[in-house]
Design a protein around this ligand. Structure first.
Ligand code: HAM
Length: 428
């Protein structure tokens, strides 16, 4: 019997893989223009890292992690996100001693044991970044502008940025108690999950998707009204910077996050066409995390986009995006070698063209008719035929598949470099 992939784990095939790569490259290009440099992180970490960083009472740590016993009995986990690993790497390698400001980005698969549905998978891809060592509101604004620039570069400028301030250790505890006391009087309107959350993580009730909870908490006190002065001023400054640049955002006073490390500015990016999983990205400030994981007191802020969801949003915003990305797979030259005489020359020519950056598919050993059918199927723009006669004359027969002109051109295939490309009509 054939073996299928594990539930929630998918293959990225042809055009879908091309689109994901295009998105990652567009995002990485923007991140590098902001001074971020790449860090390659391990996929496995000690379980304790995520438990301490993300929070013991979060959904991720409580029920979504792929945790295994390693052969030596220690507990290891497939990373559910990247921030904890970046902070671990910073502390482990004392990166703060090399530079007081760090800008790092990462891309790759993350793993969460969630119920698979559209836009939600057990292995999914993120591209994210972390900026350390900057506490000022300018850094928050810069990070949010970077989010907007990535959305523009990827091609979903209509995505919305929702922002909120979660306060800090000075103002949030009092708010948490106020919210808990408020909700305890309204338990009949809350789902069982939220009643459980009241004791452990009351802010999460604002995030519950159950209709009765949403109705019940519609009137709940919001953190924004409980921010201490420094948090309030910080948030106002961030918003003023965004207003000054005309970067669009919506303040969502109910926005709370499923990870415990956030303080102050937090945000989520939503896009159309994704159904229930509308968040294409999210992030925020986490000033206490580095110290909490045994490092120096160093503030941090960052975000991660879900690449799979960006692809869905892009397809919804610009139908055919995946197919267009897949068009990059079509060879610019389909090189046909007819008969054994031509094989060695065809192999050498294909190699020279590839070295010039041309996508070449080399094929032969069959009838010209079946080779032409294949060139057509692949969407090749040009077919270059090398047969016995062509090799003797040192001139290949070129057919333009795009214009479907039936004229054949004799091309000197011993030409070198740009002259060869020009003769073949391949764009440089
Ligand atoms: P997060 O909100 O858990 O934040 O995930 C960020 C993004 O990853 C989500 O907005 C979503 O697009 C994508 N994502 C999450 N789970 C899934 C899934 N099961 N299937 C498909 N896509 C998914 C973080 O991970 C934080 N580390 C972000 C951050 C970086 N905060 C500060 N720095």
């Amino acid at each position: 019997m054939a073996i299928s992939a594990v539930k929630g784990f998918r293959d990225g095939l042809g055009p879908a893989a091309c689109l994901s790569r295009e998105i990652e490259e567009a995002a990485a290009g923007v991140l590098e223009s902001y001074g971020f440099s790449e860090i390659r992180l391990p996929i496995l970490e000690r379980t304790e890292l995520f438990a301490r960083a993300i929070g013991e009472t979060t959904d991720i740590v409580e029920k979504e992690m792929y945790t295994f016993e390693d052969r030596d009995g220690s507990l290891i986990t497939l990373r559910p996100e990247g921030t904890a690993s970046v902070v671990r790497a910073l502390v482990e390698h004392h990166l703060d001693q090399k530079d007081s400001i760090l800008r790092l980005y990462y891309a790759g698969p993350m793993f969460r044991h969630e119920r698979p549905q559209k836009g939600r998978h057990r292995q999914f891809y993120q591209i994210g970044c972390e900026l350390f060592g900057r506490e000022d509101a300018l850094a928050d604004a810069e990070v949010l502008v970077c989010v907007r620039d990535i959305l523009d570069a990827v091609g979903i400028p209509d995505a919305r940025i929702l922002v909120n301030s979660l306060g800090d250790e000075n103002c949030r505890p009092a708010y948490r108690e106020a919210l808990r006391a408020w909700a305890e009087r309204r338990q009949e309107g809350l789902c069982r999950n939220c009643i459980g959350r009241l004791g452990r993580n009351p802010l999460r009730i604002l995030d519950c998707k159950v209709e009765s909870c949403r109705e019940t908490t519609a009137e709940a006190p919001v953190l924004r009204d409980h921010l201490c002065d420094p948090c309030g001023e910080h948030f106002a400054k961030v918003l003023a910077f965004l207003d000054g640049l005309g970067v669009a955002y919506t303040v969502d006073p109910r926005l709370v996050r499923g990870l415990d490390y956030y303080v102050r500015t937090t945000f989520e990016v939503t896009a159309e066409g994704l159904g229930a999983q509308a968040a294409v990205g999210a992030g925020g400030r986490y000033d206490g995390l580095v110290a909490q994981l045994g490092g120096p007191r160093m503030s941090g802020i960052g975000f991660a986009f879900g690449v799979d969801r960006l692809a869905l949003a892009l397809e919804a915003a610009r139908p055919g995006a995946e197919e267009r990305a897949g068009a990059a797979l079509a060879p610019a030259i389909f090189l046909v070698s007819l008969g054994t005489e031509a094989e060695a020359d065809a192999l050498a020519l294909a190699r020279r063209l590839r070295a010039l950056g041309v996508r070449v598919e080399l094929d032969g050993g069959r009838s010209l008719k079946s080779l032409m059918r294949r060139a057509d199927k692949l969407g090749a723009s040009r077919v270059l035929i090398l047969g016995e006669e062509e090799v003797a004359a040192r001139r290949g027969t070129l057919r333009d598949m795009v214009g479907k002109k039936d004229e054949k051109l004799a091309v000197d295939f011993d030409l070198q470099g740009p002259a060869l490309l020009d003769a073949l009509g391949v764009e440089r």
